[in-house]
Design a protein around this ligand. Structure first.
Ligand SMILES: NC(=O)c1ccc[n+]([C@@H]2O[C@H](COP(=O)([O-])OP(=O)(O)OC[C@H]3O[C@@H](n4cnc5c(N)ncnc54)[C@H](OP(=O)(O)O)[C@@H]3O)[C@@H](O)[C@H]2O)c1
Length: 299
């Protein structure tokens, strides 16, 4: 069985570790806040190391799942970084949602060590990650994907190889334009139905059973209907980060993306009004508040 390293043990990274542990992989764990790694190792096993370089030295496949491009730069670079510990035979796989340029910028340094590299961002949130049921969008070479495949298959059986390094990251941003569109559309439809006198849960069930009943609509049910008691799966601030990346990629490749730009405005307003650590389904609460204010203004 391959030894798999995991760097970044936030909501997604820790859930992915559970799936890797369930599939019997030996684990090496690193997180910026070491206590998080130690707690997770107590629950699922695995060896905790103190530097990203130690992960690359010990693991066949080193998977990073980090907040943003700055975090990837901090973890990959420097004397203690992942690249410093990389060796021939290791494959470094970045699953973070970041612009294509982030992993492309590290490619030459990684290849110089003899290690392989892939970008493999994921679609699906915490619940799917824990079950090993994510969809992975991979950029990189066939050879590196063949080496990493046993570990990636523990994370999800739907693996798309889209082309050279960076294409996985670009595809992830394209998928997220739809996710944020759906999130905003559900919020608007729900608030509209409620305001027109329809029970919130009944309205949600109709959406889920209708032609728009995508898997996302199904698994966000609790977040939209019981926001106070449902754990955060994807924070508003991370959604804003992704929408800025989407807008930037659109600008780079000359595509205007009016829907994504509108979503960014709504997510930023929701974040400013109630805190960016809430789940991004909180745009519905924001729209309810907005409606009342508008009503007040016109009353
Ligand atoms: N949540 C979802 O539903 C979802 C779905 C698909 C993709 N994603 C993407 O997956 C990635 C992780 O998301 P998440 O929800 O797991 O976020 P999260 O819970 O906020 O975890 C972020 C992780 O990044 C680490 N980190 C942040 N800044 C760092 C830095 N400067 N140096 C080193 N480590 C740093 C954090 O370490 P500490 O513990 O030390 O803070 C933590 O391990 C993001 O790119 C997100 O867009 C998320």
């Amino acid at each position: 069985m391959t030894t798999v390293g995991m760097l970044g043990l936030g909501r997604m990274g820790s859930s992915m570790v559970r799936a890797l542990a369930a599939s019997g992989h030996d684990l090496v764990l690193w997180n910026r806040t070491t206590a998080v790694a130690e707690q997770l190792a107590k629950e699922v096993g695995g060896r905790v190391v103190v530097r990203p370089a130690d992960v690359a030295a010990a693991a066949d496949i080193a998977i990073s799942m980090l907040a943003d491009g700055r975090a990837v730069a901090a973890v990959y670079g420097g004397p203690d970084g992942l690249i410093a510990g990389a060796r021939p035979g290791t494959v470094l796989v970045d699953c973070s949602t970041v612009p294509p340029a982030v992993i492309q910028g590290h490619e030459a340094a990684i290849r110089a060590t003899g290690a392989g590299v892939l970008d493999a961002p994921v679609s699906g949130s915490v619940a799917l990650a824990e079950r090993g049921a994510l969809t992975l969008m991979v950029g990189g070479t066939d050879t590196d994907l063949a080496l990493a495949r046993p570990a990636l298959e523990a994370l999800g059986s739907t693996i798309f190889h889209l082309g050279p390094l960076g294409t996985g990251a670009a595809m992830k941003l394209a998928v997220n334009t739809v996710i944020f569109g759906l999130n905003e559309a559900i919020a608007e439809a729900l608030v509209l139905a409620e305001a027109a006198g329809i029970d919130r849960a009944a309205a949600y069930d109709v959406l889920a059973a209708s032609a728009v009943g995508a898997p996302f609509v199904g698994y966000k049910r609790a977040a939209f209907l019981e926001p106070e008691t449902t754990p955060v799966a994807f924070a508003l601030d991370l959604a804003a980060k992704d929408l800025r990346l989407i807008a930037d990629l659109g600008a780079d490749v000359g595509v205007p993306l009016p829907q994504a730009r509108t979503n960014l405005q709504v997510i930023e307003l929701a974040s400013a009004a109630g805190g960016g650590a809430r789940d991004f389904s909180a745009v519905a609460e924001h729209l309810r508040g907005g409606r009342s204010e508008e009503e007040d203004a016109t009353a």
